[in-house]
Ligand binder design. Structure first.
Ligand SMILES: Cc1ncc(COP(=O)(O)O)c(C=O)c1O
Length: 383
């Protein structure tokens, strides 16, 4: 039926309630992931709010939750030095990164699966655990990448509004669907930048229906200084944690990440397209993990700029989410798209609008200088 899916794999998908018509899409997601389906990841989603003109070289890009600091000095030097050996696969770099991460997370290495970023394990978990009858349960507004992947392969998607304090409503998420495959918790949440208490996530893990899996996307957890929940993985719970080096470590373009979970869960998301990972990303991540100063220093830098820009919004009475992350949502009191377009005319590229919050736009936190430009332009377009 489809060259990319073995007979055995096809049978498995049919048993899980997929129709043969979905095979082409499943194969596309399996073999290409974010590369073949560019509308699934953050930079591609950020394009949705771009106007169709070339981006000026001096534009302020605060639309994709990137880290303007880039990789740390130590990672840059190591990556530059290894480029000369780029003709080799150097699998040892991947093993070494896996060992460092496992040690720091308090996990056996068999519980750590390295990837080039975290989009691939996110999509592959959708393939592994959801289907037309087993729902992908997510927050609204939430990070759309997983739900887009689920919709693409025609799995069921259930969206549950955030609570009044902008946390995941874990009790409503459990009540929302009788047969969930995957609960997706992004903590702190993208786009709101807000936290879900650790106790609520623990409650979800205790009370979810048997056979379902909780995936905790900790892309921004370092920035918030919130507790990592890898201890749930060490306790062999039905939990998958996603790690990325695209955010606090500033390596979005270099690509490194990992899924942390029990080996039997990792086996369900193991990439069919498995192969060598980029030595630049693996080495850069490994070196970054070893810099003890890095996370606290960057967390403080981002927090200082965030405090300044949120203080500015308060001073001018703009309603915003109480973000602890590197992005926030602000209510512009009119269709958000209008402000996005007006800001782009000022050469400030902010993020997108979520359909359930049509008057809010998402803004990523850049450098102080970039946010000063944002403030000036925002007052002008909102006047
Ligand atoms: C919540 C969340 N998860 C995962 C990702 C995927 O990023 P990457 O593939 O670069 O790790 C992003 C990107 O912005 C994100 O916001």
């Amino acid at each position: 039926m489809n060259a990319c899916l073995s007979e055995q794999r096809q049978d498995e998908f049919l048993r899980r309630g997929f129709s043969r018509r979905s095979f082409g899409r499943i194969a596309a997601l399996l073999s290409g992931g974010a590369a073949a389906l560019p509308f699934f990841n953050e930079p591609a989603l950020a394009q949705l709010s771009a106007i169709r003109e070339p981006i000026p070289p001096d534009a302020v890009m605060i639309n994709a939750n990137e880290n303007p600091l880039g990789p740390c000095e130590e990672a840059r030097a190591a990556v530059k030095a290894i480029v000369d050996r780029g003709g080799r696969y150097l699998y040892q770099e991947t093993f070494s990164f896996t060992d460092t991460l496992a040690e720091q997370e308090g996990l056996k290495t068999s519980y750590v699966m390295p990837f080039a970023g975290s989009s691939a394990p996110l999509h592959q978990a959708v393939l592994g655990f959801t289907s037309p009858t087993r729902a992908f349960v997510t927050a609204d507004p939430g990070y759309e990448s997983g739900e887009r992947a689920a919709e693409f392969i025609k799995a069921k998607v259930v969206r549950v509004p955030l609570t009044e304090t902008y946390a995941h409503d874990v009790r409503a998420m459990v009540a929302a669907d009788p047969n969930p495959g995957l609960y997706y918790i992004c903590n702190p949440n993208n786009p709101s930048g807000t936290l879900t208490p650790k106790e609520d996530i623990e409650w979800l893990v205790r009370n979810k229906p048997a056979g379902s899996v909780v995936m905790i996307d900790e892309a921004y957890t370092h920035i918030a200084g919130a507790p990592f929940m890898s201890y749930l993985v060490a306790q062999d719970k039905d939990v998958i944690i996603l790690r990325t080096f695209s955010k606090i470590y500033g390596m979005a373009g270099l690509r490194a990440g990992a899924a942390l979970a029990r080996p039997d869960l990792l086996n369900k998301i193991r990439p069919w397209s498995a192969g060598a990972l980029p030595i630049t990303g693996m080495l850069g991540a490994n070196v970054s993990l070893k810099q003890k100063y890095l996370v606290p220093e960057r967390r403080k830098k981002i927090a200082d700029v965030r405090a300044d820009v949120l203080g500015f919004l308060d001073q001018h009475n703009f309603k915003h989410t109480p973000s602890v992350s590197n992005k926030f949502m602000v209510d512009v009191g009119r269709p958000g798209r209008e402000i996005i377009v007006a800001m782009q005319k000022e050469k400030i590229y902010i993020g997108r609008v979520w359909p359930s919050w049509p008057t809010y736009v998402r803004v990523s936190i850049g450098t102080q200088e970039e946010m000063d430009k944002f403030k000036t332009a925002f007052l002008k377009v909102m006047a």
